[in-house]
Design a protein around this ligand. Sequence first.
Ligand SMILES: [Zn+2]
Length: 293
Amino acid sequence: MKRNNWESKIDTIQRDVARRIVGGHRGCAIKAMYGELGWRDIKYELDKRLLRFLGRMWVGGVPDERWSMKVFLEGLEDIRKGRALTPWWARVSKKFDEYGLDAGLLIRKEGLQKWRTHVDKQIASKALVDWGKGMEGMSTLRYYRKKPTPKYEPYLRDDWEKKWELFRIRTGQAMLNGIRSKWDCNTEEWCVVCKEIRETEEHLLLECKGLTLEREVVMRAFEGALDERGKEEFRGLSQVDKMGWMLGLDEGVAKRIGKQTWKRIFVGIGRLLYKRDRLADKVGWRKGMLGGK
Ligand SMILES: [Zn+2]
């Protein structure tokens, strides 16, 4: 995709700001950072502006002497006479395909508001599809994919030092041996606590025998917030789905549990992983990426 230089500069700045807010490291997936903030690429905002402007020009809301209006009218004349599209019109026409826009709304003069609503809706749904596609096949995002839409997470606003931890666990960046061993040949994949099974977030949180006490604290808070049906449903889930619930990525579950309880759950998960890191330190294994920058 050809991009303007300044557009890619804005992109870089936007990504950098997102990374600072959520505490992502260099290799962190942008889709996950934006998912946490409810953001999307600047491209969609620019396209939205372009298409809304097109609507205004179409209904004559822009003075004829404006340069953009002249380009618009000349291009329209070209289209009517079957001549080749000007670069501006070619760009607009591509957007119609990309977002599946209905030109009929403009041609039938159904009103500017209707057009705007249509544009916003089509762009939002394309952005959502792109967001999901961007996370496909990334094993670190196997829990994060449970989040249905990019949405601002209020915990980021809190003056709460654990927020970066939560983001790192949600997005598989806790740098546990199961992941690290894939690229670091000095690391073995085994769990540092029990040394029996490949070390992953779900192993530590849900099954590791060496972390039973820490797990109980988390489970008491979490299951305590569910009703009987919820508890039963939770027990029947796959490990990855369980993680999605416990990390607050399932929208329905996230809503059912109060903010203070979530805080207790997340603090408990943080403690569990800290214990893992202390043990790793003791036996001379590599620590994870929790806490700090
Ligand atoms: Zn273990």
